[in-house]
Design a protein around this ligand. Structure first.
Ligand code: NPW
Ligand code: K
Length: 637
């Protein structure tokens, strides 16, 4: 999935319209329809029905007793809630939480032909849904189990008919009459998207009121066309500042005030409408981006919409992945509007969301972690790690163990000789090598020993727990210029780089991966940490290109940037991973993957992805994720 800037998006719009001849208003129509569908999904989730979106295939609904009418509540991944709570039960005593009429009331029990609860309710098209409705939205009364047999009443199964007719389920809502959405309309194309969505919502039977932030006459182009179509359909419309707007009476708000064409803090009516929407307590769905989130950097101007759902159009906008904006976007759904992905690819597609698909296709990495039946420890590479000092030996141990768990064949850990007796046995799978340092610290003179040890090794990783020492910049320079294999540079070794003019060092034949956290990145780039966080993707791209390195900028949504000018943003991970040593584990994983033959971009990207997944797994295994420690991440690899 491509991640674009507002400027990229304008160029892709232009090419679609001019090169492919697709009218701009067709894109706006698609945008409006996509937004309306997502609002309807949200309404279903809130009022009496399971969602048919793919996300629900992973989870299920937990029902709550609500004054007699049972309604599914918020979705939760994991096992079905089988606790008795006064609802309907199958003969086996399990609760059949799934069938509601269009008015949201409980319709009946769902059983398989053997009398056992069917567990899930499938629509005629085989997708998981909240009962079956006719094309007119009325309850058709048929519910099928996964095997195609009818599941109502516990009677003998009736085979699913071979011929069915279905309506536009995505734009149908049983309880439409209970909904009234305010559509906040700006005067640009974002507003046009909102008006198009309003028409589709109205068709679904949902009451809508357009709330114009500016005089409707000020709309131009496609947005004006939408304004006129809505007026011709008789959609109710008010103008903010002239007419009264009743936020209390609505059931939800579509924010179509400002999109990728806006700049600066919201002005006048826009600011007032944003503040009112945020204060209303009603769910807000944002068209493309929450109004006055910076689409590129993720910075938020005040006030900025707090959305429950953001329906991002065509391609993911950078700002939706970067904090603080990511915190304003709620659940982000990227919807196609007819702009071909091939255009983004042609344009270089500078950034992508890091998914298994992207790892396989764009990065062409083998993410299977398969072992060859003929393989032996020599097949999977040998990591040399120069790390650890008296007070920070654990950092080296974590990195070394993580490299092994990432699957490399051998790890040699070079460390000050004084530490050897203490770490022997801590990880018997490791090989240890003394690199000077009688007092438990490193010294400039150890460079020759590290260089000797690096001969024949597939990768050298330096930094975790190293500390600073006199002459350390020259020490690192010797390794940089002398090691004839890929390198991973982390922690204090990054600070050595930051203090050096390393662009004047002899350029390397093999790649270098730098893995800074925001503080280390700030030192490397000579800016403040706040400036680093202001646009992590932009900074990582610029730094990696300028310095010819692969950069892993750690933090929430780690960014991997390559010297060729590509970036990958990772969204695996867990807040519980904010714990000492988690970065050392990442260094070890990346080194372990490099040793197995992955190239720098593959190892960095797959490394951060795996590290995040392992962190999620480790957090799930603890009763309280705040108890997670770095060693847990290694064990969960
Ligand atoms: N073919 C396409 O292009 C497609 C575009 N698409 C959609 O269009 C969106 C981009 O539309 P856009 O470029 O018209 O800009 P948009 O975000 O609506 O705002 C511009 C307006 O806001 C105003 N304004 C600006 N800053 C302001 C502020 N701080 N406070 C107050 N007002 C401010 C500015 O007024 P001005 O400064 O000119 O007086 C101008 O009128 C995009 O996000 C997506 O939703 C999709 O339909 C796909 C096809
Ligand atoms: K918006």
């Amino acid at each position: 999935m491509y991640i674009v800037t507002a400027q990229d998006m304008r160029e892709l719009d232009r090419q679609t319209i001019e090169r492919l001849g697709i009218p701009a208003v067709a894109l706006m129509e698609n945008a409006g329809r996509a937004i309306a569908e997502e609002i309807i999904k949200l309404c279903r989730r809130r009022f009496g029905g399971a969602d048919t979106s793919a996300a629900w295939t992973l989870g299920t609904s937990r029902t709550v007793q609500d004054g007699g009418a049972r309604q599914p509540g918020r979705t939760e991944a994991g096992a079905l809630d089988r606790s008795p709570d006064g609802g309907a039960y199958s003969p086996g005593g399990t609760r059949g939480d799934g069938v509601y009429g269009p008015d949201g009331t409980w319709v009946g029990r769902v059983y398989g032909p053997d009398g056992a609860w069917a567990g899930r309710v499938y629509g005629p098209d085989g997708t998981w849904g909240d009962g079956v409705y006719g094309p007119d939205g009325a309850w058709a009364g048929r519910v099928y189990g996964p095997d195609g047999t009818q599941g109502t009443g516990g009677g003998p199964g009736i085979k699913r008919p071979g011929f069915t007719v279905s309506g536009d389920a995505a734009l149908t809502l049983g309880r439409a009459g209970a909904e009234h959405w305010l559509v906040l309309v700006g005067k640009g194309n974002n507003g046009g998207d909102g008006i198009a969505a309003a028409r589709h919502l109205r068709e679904a039977g949902i009451a809508v009121t357009l709330v114009y932030a500016a005089a409707p006459e000020s709309l131009a182009g496609e947005a004006a066309l939408q304004r006129d179509a809505a007026a011709a359909m008789g959609l109710p419309a008010v103008v903010y500042g002239r007419d009264r707007v009743d936020f209390a009476a609505c059931s939800g708000i579509l924010d179509a005030l400002l999109g990728t064409g806006s700049a600066g803090a919201p002005r006048g009516a826009y600011a007032e409408l944003i503040a009112a929407a945020n204060g209303s307590g009603k769910p807000v769905v944002s068209a493309d981006i929450p109004s006055r989130l910076d689409a590129d950097t993720g910075q938020t101007h005040k006030p900025c919409i707090h959305a429950a759902v953001t329906v991002c159009l065509a391609f993911l906008k950078r700002g939706l992945l970067q904090y603080p904006g990511a915190g304003n976007a709620g659940q982000v759904v990227v919807r196609s509007i007819g702009i071909p992905a091939a255009l983004a690819r042609e344009g270089g597609g500078p950034a992508s969301l890091l998914t298994p698909e992207v790892l396989r296709t764009r990065l062409q990495g083998d993410v299977s972690r398969r072992r060859s039946p003929e393989g032996h420890k020599g097949t999977y590479g040998h990591v040399l790690l120069a790390a650890g000092s008296l007070s920070m030996s654990g950092a080296g141990l974590l990195a070394a163990r993580a490299a092994l768990r990432a699957g490399c064949g051998l790890v040699t850990w070079a460390l000050p000789s004084m530490l050897l007796p203490y770490v022997i046995g801590a990880a018997p799978e490791l090989m240890l090598a003394a690199a000077g340092g009688e007092n438990g610290t490193w010294s400039a003179g150890t460079a020759a020993e590290v260089l000797r040890l690096s001969t024949g090794r597939d990768v050298t990783a330096v930094g975790p727990g190293l500390g600073r020492f006199p002459g350390d910049q020259e020490w690192l320079r010797a390794l940089w210029e002398g090691i004839d294999a890929p390198m991973v540079i982390d922690a204090d070794a990054l600070n050595m780089l930051a203090d050096s003019d390393y662009s004047s060092w002899t350029s390397r034949r093999h790649p270098v991966i730098l893995t800074p956290h925001p503080g280390e990145m700030a030192r490397l780039a000579g800016i403040s940490t706040a400036e680093v966080q202001r646009d992590r993707i932009g900074l990582a791209l610029a730094y990696a290109r300028e310095h010819g390195v692969t950069l892993v900028l750690k933090g929430a949504h780690t960014v991997v940037a390559t010297p060729e000018g590509e970036a990958y943003v990772n969204i695996t991970g867990h807040p519980g991973m904010g714990t000492g040593g988690a970065g050392d584990v990442l260094t070890g994983i990346i080194a372990g993957l490099l040793a197995q033959g992955l190239n720098a971009a593959q190892a960095a990207a797959f490394g951060v992805y795996l590290h995040g997944l392992a962190g999620e797994r480790a957090a799930r295994q603890r009763h309280d994720p705040s108890a997670l420690i770095a060693g847990d991440i290694i064990e969960a690899l």
